[in-house]
Design a binder for this molecule. Structure first.
Ligand code: PSV
Ligand code: MN
Ligand code: MN
Length: 385
């Protein structure tokens, strides 16, 4: 059996700057107390998640939501709080110019503007030391015939090629896909197949980002994970959970068994080895729950699913599979899933000098009361829906 005391602990999870700001739906963005007023304060909140979990050492930025004048100063601020800047997420979906698309827009002027923004994001990666450029395009069409489906793919490929050529030595593109929303007829990158085709054409520094909320209901996400790991192109996860669509709820809240199955394939495919290059990120909004605690809970949920996946008796599973023991093989997985790993994770935390109960420790720390007193007029995450 795997050494449970080491591995889930080594899994590092990136938190998103936008999770700390106010968020909501198209109906209402609820203002919470103490939310950050700028990227510096978002990073300070992310540092709290790391301080109490020991497992969230980086924070992803979204540009322009997190645009600042001096990225070296922002990076130094993060360092001073014992965290680093993670992926740079490019936002080419909020300008009026992008109504008919960004890099796939029929208008070359808009395409130029969008590609320039992606290039600016690589400049920011240079300044912050970030490895990953995360690209999600809201581009698509609402009506049959609205635009040429194939020409849009050509425009997308052209923009990606230009950005890929600009990447530095160890920098990567993470190309995220999404089935629908905001476009309802076609999305230009609707699924992992489309993302993979573009990544393969670009080269080894282009990999797929699997956002767990971006599939049709019932999609077997662990199968996608297995395929991408096999192809060496699983670059990242955007973890969240969903009941219906892109709900962006806390990962492991809606379907912890699915998260376990995903992490089982990650373990099976060597995805916990940092050399495989899989980045584990959260992409969530905490519309009604306290945000820092929501992030801490999410990190713990990923750790629990990972610990259970590491408990799978690989030798017993292989033997059952090879002998056609259907029920035996399934039992191996279910035994691991049904194990309560919380005491083991509590032990691991204590051994690392962390509190066995990160949420209780955070609540007792007084940080929330401090930010409520200090921060007046916190800002929206940038993401109203
Ligand atoms: C789009 O739905 C998405 O998943 C992308 O990752 C965006 O960057 C993010 O959400 C914004 O919340
Ligand atoms: Mn996402
Ligand atoms: Mn999403």
């Amino acid at each position: 059996m795997t050494d449970l005391t080491a591995a889930p602990a080594d899994l590092m999870i990136e938190t998103p700057s936008w999770a700390y700001g106010n968020s909501g739906t198209r109906f209402k963005v609820f203002a919470q107390q103490g939310v950050p007023r700028d990227p510096y304060e978002k990073i300070a909140d992310a540092a709290q998640v790391h301080a109490f979990t020991g497992a969230a050492p980086t924070v992803a930025l979204h540009i322009p939501w997190d645009r600042v004048d001096d990225y070296a100063a922002l990076t130094a601020h993060a360092r001073s709080l014992d965290v680093g800047i993670g992926a740079i997420n490019a936002n080419v979906f909020q300008d009026d110019d992008y109504m008919l698309g960004s890099v796939t827009n029929p208008d070359p002027r808009v395409r130029r503007k969008a590609t320039d923004h992606l290039l600016e994001c690589v400049d920011i990666m240079d300044a912050t030391g970030s490895r990953d450029l995360k690209l999600w395009f809201s581009d698509g069409t609402n009506y049959p015939g609205q635009d040429d489906i194939r020409a849009r793919q050509d425009r997308l490929a052209e923009a990606l090629e230009e950005v890929y050529a600009r990447l530095g030595g160890d920098q990567r593109i993470l190309l995220e896909y999404k089935l629908f929303e905001p476009a309802f007829y076609t999305m230009d990158v609707p699924d992992w197949g489309t993302s993979l085709v573009h990544c393969l054409a670009l080269g080894p520094k282009a990999t797929v980002c699997v956002d767990t909320g971006h599939h049709a209901p019932g999609t077997n996400i662990e199968f996608i994970v297995a395929m991408l790991l096999r192809a060496g192109r699983l670059g990242a996860f955007d973890f969240n959970s969903r009941f219906y669509a892109d709900d962006d709820l806390m990962v492991g809240a809606a379907d912890p068994f699915q998260l376990f199955r995903i992490m089982h394939e990650v373990v099976r495919g060597g995805g916990l080895d940092p050399a495989t290059g899989v980045a584990f990120m959260l992409d969530q909004c905490h519309n009604i729950e306290p945000k820092i605690q929501g992030q801490i809970r999410s990190v713990m949920n990923v750790q629990e699913a990972t610990a259970k996946a590491l408990l799978v008796d690989a030798a017993a599973l292989k033997s059952a599979q090879e002998t056609g023991d259907v029920l035996g093989a399934n039992a191996v997985l279910m035994d691991a899933y049904n194990t309560d790993v919380r005491p083991l994770l509590a032990e691991w935390r204590t051994a690392k000098g962390l509190s066995a109960d990160p949420i209780a420790a955070y609540r007792a720390s007084g940080y929330f009361e401090k930010i409520v007193a200090e921060r007046v007029g916190g800002s929206q995450a940038g993401w109203g829906a």
